[in-house]
Design a protein around this ligand. Structure first.
Ligand code: ZN
Length: 145
């Protein structure tokens, strides 16, 4: 029997893990506070995600964080129907979406849309960020706007 996909925790706790390093810790710390911010170059303002040490545009090592409003659109999406991890066996089918944000051009966030069946998903669909808390991590996900 399929598990009910929860709007509080879209996928089970057992598969959720993040591994913050010196470049990504700030991102995850901000997400845990309910803030979605992306790293961008302090020189040429080019966004990059995931965060990293150097600007791919101008090679600067100077960076800054830019908080987005949290409203975006679906760039692409897919439905996962085959559980490659046993912990997901009861959760298929579920969606994976790529979300773009007008206030962070070039960023595409990989996440899940918590309130949409596959019939509802479409490219260009407006979404907004929600934060789902697990025992050790908070994840940014989206719902229909
Ligand atoms: Zn740059």
């Amino acid at each position: 029997m399929a598990a009910t996909i929860s709007q509080e925790q879209y996928l089970p706790e057992s598969i959720v893990a993040t591994f913050p390093d010196q470049y990504t810790k700030e991102y995850w710390d901000r997400v845990s506070r309910g803030e979605l911010a992306f790293q961008r170059c302090a020189q040429c303002k080019t966004f990059r995600h995931p965060p990293g040490p150097m600007c791919p545009n101008c090679a600067s090592f100077e960076s800054e964080w830019h908080t987005v409003e949290g409203k975006g659109t679906i760039y692409s999406w897919e439905i996962v129907t085959l559980a490659l991890n046993d912990a997901l066996a009861d959760y298929v089918p579920f969606n994976i979406v790529l979300v773009e944000f007008p206030d962070a051009p070039g960023v595409r966030l990989v996440t899940n849309c918590i309130d949409s069946a596959k019939e509802d998903l479409s490219i260009g669909m407006p979404v907004e960020v929600v934060y789902q808390k697990y025992s050790k991590v908070t994840l940014p996900r989206v719902k229909k706007a």
